[in-house]
Design a protein around this ligand. Structure first.
Ligand code: AHR
Length: 324
């Protein structure tokens, strides 16, 4: 009987040891085999942003060897600063920051640098005293986007009277600044063009719609809406239609992003011209991390190639071939 109890105890001990061994293996996988990335995202204000989040999540997936800690800042810089501090505490391998705004990052990025965590910027840019506070940046040339839109406007309305309703993005973001400077140069170079109205629609459909409804109610007259993103263009189109105006006929709409819905609206003529802003940064960030892991230094700034869509030339095949 005693012998039987001894054998049972030995068996239990062996099973325990086996179990412990397995647990150690699992935790080793968790901490060592994955590259841990903390990603602080602006929010979910637009179709562009949603596509950007998805692209990051798909590229930095566990199947690809990453553990992604995602934080949605709901458009608030303070939340991004808190998220970065949390990532530092969690000792992540990399921090990816899609900044809400350009300024105010020095202190928290110094903390990341002191902790030895490389910071990769996506989408918008930042202004810091010391540019060694981030490893590199990848995103769009927003000023070029603005200039491209204005070039199209000049091709179609140079020498004409044009009253422009300008829906801006969130103030102080690279996307807003670049696209606004592009238009300002157009206004300077085209004496017939005037600014009928200018206000931030915060890159959202709801705010874009509200502003255009107010303009119409207050008798603001305009020939062209320059919307600094597609979601504000959707809002503007809805407001105009509700007031009995036909976008594309009564009012021209120029927009940015070239999201799927906006391209359908370009095909049906509601949006006349859409400048692409490519959100698919996930694979680009993955490739940057791979280079850093291999001890290579990626270029400090990488600008993405982008295209444009004109309602006169867009086709359904072009839209169907798009990834977002
Ligand atoms: O910074 C990129 C801009 O931010 C996109 O144009 C807009 O849709 C987004 O919210």
């Amino acid at each position: 009987m005693k012998r039987w109890i001894c054998m049972l105890m030995l068996l239990v001990l062996a099973l325990c040891l086996c179990g412990c061994g397995q647990k150690e293996e699992t935790s080793a996988v968790e901490t060592e085999d994955f590259v841990v990335v903390g990603f602080s995202q602006v929010g979910a204000e637009s179709d562009w942003r949603v596509a950007n989040t998805l692209s990051m999540q798909e590229a930095l997936s566990e199947e690809n060897g990453y553990r992604l800690i995602f934080d949605d800042a709901q458009n608030k810089q303070e939340r991004q600063i808190t998220a970065i501090r949390n990532f530092i505490q969690q000792e992540v391998d990399y921090i990816v920051l899609a900044p809400t705004t350009e300024t105010g990052w020095d202190t928290v990025l110094m903390e990341a640098k002191a902790a030895g965590i490389p910071v990769i910027l996506v989408d918008r840019q930042i202004k810091v005293e010391d540019d060694s506070l981030f490893s590199c940046w990848v995103g769009s040339d927003f000023y070029l986007q603005g200039k491209t839109a204005v070039k199209w406007m000049e091709q179609n309305y140079a020498g004409q009277e044009l009253r422009i309703l300008h829906l801006q993005g969130n103030y102080g973001t690279t996307a807003q600044l670049g696209r606004t400077v592009g238009l300002d140069e157009g206004l300077e170079n085209n004496p017939g063009w005037t600014l009928a109205y200018r206000q931030s629609g915060e890159f959202t459909q709801g705010k874009g719609q509200e502003l255009v409804e107010d303009c119409i109610a207050n008798g603001v007259e305009f020939d062209l809406v320059y919307a600094e993103n597609d979601n504000m263009a959707y809002g503007a189109v809805d407001a105009m239609k509700a007031a009995g105006l036909t976008p594309g006929e009564d009012v021209v709409v120029v927009s940015f992003d070239a999201s799927h819905n906006a391209l359908q609206m370009t095909l049906n003529g509601e949006i006349s011209f859409d400048v692409e802003c490519n959100p698919l940064h996930g694979p680009r960030v993955k490739s940057i991390i791979e280079k850093l892991e291999a001890g290579m230094m990626p270029p400090k700034y990488t600008f993405v190639d982008e295209t444009t869509f004109d309602c006169e030339t867009i086709t359904q095949e072009m839209i169907d071939a798009r990834e977002y």
